[in-house]
Design a protein around this ligand. Structure first.
Ligand SMILES: *Cc1c(COP(=O)(O)O)cnc(C)c1O
Length: 402
């Protein structure tokens, strides 16, 4: 007999570490932007696995590519050998992002760690910063993953508490203040590591021109501009990369999540040869990084983004959704903000936290997740339709005006 939702939740709760607090819904089947629980109830997914599922669930083209690769029997070669998919994937992502070189890893956090190592070695080998003294500027409200090094420079107390000692060499700068970056940049600054829009912090959009000023300040000082576009990249904001809104180009670009369309963990760090060449054989690696199954998934997932014009779609439908949400006359909503299909609805402190609103939306058939207590995040797969968004708006209106 298939497991019921209750059975699945009980199993996870009994045997799983309690490092998450999921909404009480079990997904056992999915298609496009819609998911189904074991009892057959249907929900519109407005989280899309934190933007890993930009191409939607079960995209036939991506599934076919993965099935074909599985059929060859070649799923993992390790980087001790070459395989016949990795090079094609690296070429594709280099072309799309406009960089000369790419280094594949698996999770987002691993790619961030890779970029940190790259920036530090570049500082030592190219800029002559003394070994062990390079500094990386990071930002208030940052989210770059959960490794010990990365949480060590978070300013979210819960991410850090109990996990020290931490890696030195990071300096926190207020997000959105270009002057603060100029002040903090010094001769030992290896890099500035920044999210163009802060997703986990609550979809925080910096002032217009901010990223351009940060990029200019980096150029002047010689520090590398390292952009974490793990959540903002690959169509979410209505452009392939969020930095395109500011007309800049980073020195190092970090991608993950939607690069494989939610099939497998695939991440990548991109840079030009002048930077990437500081890595020599043996400097860095990952057993599964660059595996042919992930590469096949990513190749197809990138094709889908381009062929189905999902960036344009995110821009158009995002405007529609933002306007629709803004038009809801709700005493609970403090602000509706966002870019593309990445919209945060901030709840007034006096109306309590965002979590009960997520729970009520769940009961109405809409899956979304609060971020940082007060913000409900709407980030559906980019294949969502206007009719789906009308469904969402109707449900959001009911929940936000109650
Ligand atoms: C999700 C995310 C990460 C971490 O990715 P994982 O695959 O969970 O390790 C890093 N940076 C940003 C901006 C993210 O959204």
């Amino acid at each position: 007999m298939p497991l019921s939702s209750r059975d699945c939740i009980d199993l996870e709760s009994t045997y799983g570490a309690s490092n998450y607090h999921p909404l009480p819904v079990v997904i056992s089947r999915a298609e496009g932007a819609w998911v189904f629980d074991p009892e057959g109830r249907k929900y519109l997914d407005c989280l899309a696995a934190y933007s890993a599922l930009n191409q939607g669930y079960g995209h036939p083209k991506i599934l076919a590519a993965v099935r074909e690769q599985l059929g060859t029997g070649v799923t993992l070669t390790s980087r001790a050998f070459y395989n016949d998919k990795l090079g094609l994937f690296l070429k594709r992502i280099c072309r799309i992002a406009g960089f000369e070189k790419a280094l594949p890893m698996n999770t987002g956090a691993e790619a961030v760690e890779t970029a940190i190592k790259l920036a530090r070695k570049h500082a030592v080998k190219v800029r002559g910063i003394p070994e062990g003294q390079a500094e990386i500027l990071v930002f208030s409200g940052n989210f770059h993953g959960r490794t010990t090094t990365i949480v060590g420079f978070s300013d979210e107390p819960q991410y850090r508490e109990g996990f020290g000692p931490f890696t030195p060499g990071f300096r926190l700068v207020p997000y959105g203040d270009a002057e603060a970056v100029r002040q903090a940049l010094g001769p030992r600054t290896a890099a500035v590591l920044i999210e163009p829009i802060q997703g986990e912090a609550g979809i925080i959009i910096p002032p217009r021109g901010y990223l351009r000023e940060v990029a200019a300040a980096c150029r002047q000082s010689g520090a590398l501009l390292v952009l974490d576009e793990i959540q903002s990249g690959l169509g979410r904001t209505g452009k392939m990369f969020a930095y395109e809104h500011e007309g800049i180009r980073p020195d190092v670009l970090i991608l993950a999540k939607a690069i494989s369309g939610g099939i497998l963990p695939v991440s990548v760090v991109l840079a030009d040869e002048a930077v990437m060449s500081v890595f020599r054989p043996g400097d860095h690696g990952s057993t599964y990084g660059g595996n042919p199954l992930g590469a096949a998934a990513a190749l197809a997932a990138l094709d889908v983004l381009v062929e189905e014009r999902l960036c344009e779609r995110a821009a158009e439908l995002g405007d529609y959704l933002r306007q629709g949400l803004s038009a809801i006359p709700s005493p609970h909503v403090k602000e509706v903000r966002g870019v593309g299909l990445w919209i945060g609805v901030e709840i007034h402190g006096s109306s309590g936290r965002a979590r009960p609103f997520s729970e009520r939306l769940l009961a109405e058939g809409v899956l979304c997740k609060e971020t940082h207590d007060q913000v409900i995040r709407f980030a559906p797969p980019l294949v969502v339709t206007k009719e789906d968004l009308d469904f969402l708006l109707q449900k959001a209106r009911r929940v936000l005006t109650a």
